[in-house]
Ligand binder design. Sequence first.
Ligand code: FAD
Length: 278
Amino acid sequence: MLPPIADNFVAGETAPEAIAHARDLDGRGVGTILNLLGEHYERPGPAAEDRDAYVRLIDDIADAGIDACVSVKPSQIGLDIGESTFRSNLEVIAERADERDAFVWIDMEDHETTDATLDAFEELARAHEWSVGVCLQANLKRTRKDLDRLIDVPGKFRLVKGAYDEPDDLSYTRKPRVNEEYRELLRYAFEHRDRGVAVGSHDPVMIEHAADLAAEHGTDFEIQMLMGVRESAQYDLAADYDVYQYVPYGNRWLSYFYRRVAERRANALFALRAAIGR
Ligand code: FAD
């Protein structure tokens, strides 16, 4: 069982706990994106284990009859070992998703993985139309071109600001510049697509911007936020929009939890208050 505090950000250590959380969200009108925690495997064994765990998870989701999907990290299913390992594991997951009418997101890691991730996504999306999605990061200077390349691909994309520290020559490092880029990418996406846009942000300004653009262009879109972050806003927004909560689970929760607490003072204060029992 997870200790208190961590269980605000992570649904549990096992798939049944994650499914129970997803069922609860489903009852509140919020969909779930389940992520089994794990990354940077250097041997095929653990990558294959997590691939198989995702296949079982897809079955669990389908059997539960809830609005949920999965999100996979490339380095979790073999990208650090080699592109072919990553692709074949991803294909196994996508095949099962196709069979069970489920959806697979591909998370985006640091810039060294972008080409391999987008190539795999594009091939998969053309083979399994509208059942896979990929994350794009506004802090990377290349993303405008990437978005343009993917604009006609029959898959979804989740636009985020970017979670990795990237080199100055490849990325925007100042927050206002990343925000400006995010707004422009959203504008481009809504102007050129009528479906498959996901806003992966807690930022009320960006969510409002997306809602305005969607109304202007008649575009279908969804809002995605993390478990434990602005949850009451998630429930409120779900009255008007498609909202999905990204829900991590698994026994490798410690480093994920530290990242959440470190990235935001409010989370750290919240954790401290819970730790001292007040
Ligand atoms: P920020 O720019 O951090 O903050 C903007 C505003 O949002 C704040 O002023 C505040 O009003 C509100 N806000 C933000 N955080 C909080 C909080 N904890 N509590 C209360 N209000 C808050 N990154 C990747 O690089 N690859 C991925 O695959 C990836 N997948 C993601 C999937 C989802 C569903 C989400 C939500 C994020 C993902 N990210 C990913 C992380 C993303 O890149 C950002 O690092 C992260 O979302 C922070 O940016 P932001 O837009 O949410 O808000």
